[in-house]
Design a protein around this ligand. Structure first.
Ligand SMILES: NC(=O)c1ccc[n+]([C@@H]2O[C@H](COP(=O)([O-])OP(=O)(O)OC[C@H]3O[C@@H](n4cnc5c(N)ncnc54)[C@H](O)[C@@H]3O)[C@@H](O)[C@H]2O)c1
Length: 310
């Protein structure tokens, strides 16, 4: 392989805890790459995961899983960051900030020369997306936080349940921080091309109830099982598939913004067109006045969090 060329069909995962393992199995099940390279600070964990995942190879499209050093991932088309400390249920994502920025710095040092797409999953995902972009020096469109993609998936699931419609037919977005200040854009939500607020079966009370359930979903799951992993595994594998296949889908992901809504120097989620180049464009989606106010508030909180560790 030539220096600097991509190792085709290769994806790296850094951090093989609950989330890394779920991302890995979701990638393999869907045949998204031929070579899956995995790493963890605890080498035994990565070695064990590689053995375990390879033993299932009869049941997913042909692929090999290898436990490697981070340096060996430099030529991958994409690397997923799931390294970090998970939440404990009663602490906010921002409490994890300092520890995880330190981890980001250490990992970025080892990613020198990487030119692919970097997907950030570790929390607080918006702040870490900002710092990974700064630390690695990759262009802003190539450092992508999963952001509110998971929250948007949760929203569609819950609205789907309420309306007895498949989530895929629900067009509704969560924007802003992946966390407490996130904003559900009810004013633009549609089902079958009809605004959700015009459906006779829709009640305005549902909006507060569902938005709260989406916002607290992670806390509720962590309280019960210690981590959230399956939905984020599926979200991350799907994002990788759409990026690597250049599908130009629109998803709510977090990048360091430069322009939309006057934003600069803050990573936050907005609907974004993703392609093999990463985020190609941002959709300046319609927001009601109160949604816009909440969104701007969310961006201010993220700027503060970024400043806290500068
Ligand atoms: N963005 C989202 O929607 C979302 C959803 C769920 C979890 N998360 C986040 O994902 C992260 C991982 O969660 P988890 O439950 O898997 O935690 P975990 O503790 O089970 O796993 C984290 C792993 O990272 C490894 N690690 C730590 N520092 C490392 C380094 N420098 N290099 C390589 N590996 C390193 C640890 O050894 C551990 O195995 C957390 O930050 C969590 O908050 C994000």
């Amino acid at each position: 392989m030539k220096e600097g060329s991509f190792m085709k069909n290769s994806i790296g995962i850094i951090g093989m805890g609950w989330v890394g393992a779920s991302v890995a199995i979701s990638i393999l099940n869907r045949g998204i790459c031929k070579n899956l390279l995995i790493n963890d600070l605890n080498k035994d964990v990565a070695d064990g995961e590689a053995m375990d995942l390879n033993h299932g190879s009869s049941f997913y499209p042909s692929a090999t899983v290898s436990s490697v050093d981070i340096n060996d991932m430099i030529d991958c088309e994409a690397i997923v960051i799931t390294a970090g400390r998970g939440g404990t249920g009663d602490e906010s994502r921002l409490d994890l900030l300092k520890d995880n920025v330190e981890i980001a710095k250490a990992i970025s040092e080892q990613l020198k020369g990487f030119k692919g797409i970097l997907i950030i999953v570790s929390n607080p995902v918006d702040v870490l997306t900002y710092y990974y972009q700064k630390f690695t020096g990759l262009s802003k469109n190539r450092v992508i936080g999963t952001g509110t993609f998971l929250d948007t998936a949760r929203l569609r699931d819950m609205v789907g349940d309420m309306m007895n419609i498949e989530p895929e037919s629900i067009h509704a977005y969560v924007v802003g921080e992946h966390g407490d200040s996130e904003v559900v854009l009810w004013s633009g939500a549609t089902i079958g091309g009809k605004p959700i607020q015009q459906w006779s079966t829709w009640k305005s009370e549902y909006e507060v109830e569902i938005a709260k359930k989406v916002q607290t979903a992670a806390y509720e799951i962590i309280k019960r099982k210690g981590s959230t992993n399956h939905a984020i595994g599926l979200v991350t594998a799907t994002l990788l598939k759409w990026i690597l296949r250049n599908e130009r889908r629109i998803v709510t992901v977090s990048i360091v913004q430069d322009g939309p809504f006057g934003l600069k120097d803050v990573a936050i989620s907005l609907p974004s067109i993703v392609s093999s180049e990463g985020v190609e464009d941002i959709v300046e989606i319609h927001m009601s006045e109160s949604e816009k106010e909440k969104f701007i508030h969310s961006t201010k909180l993220m700027k503060q969090a970024i400043a806290e560790v500068k």
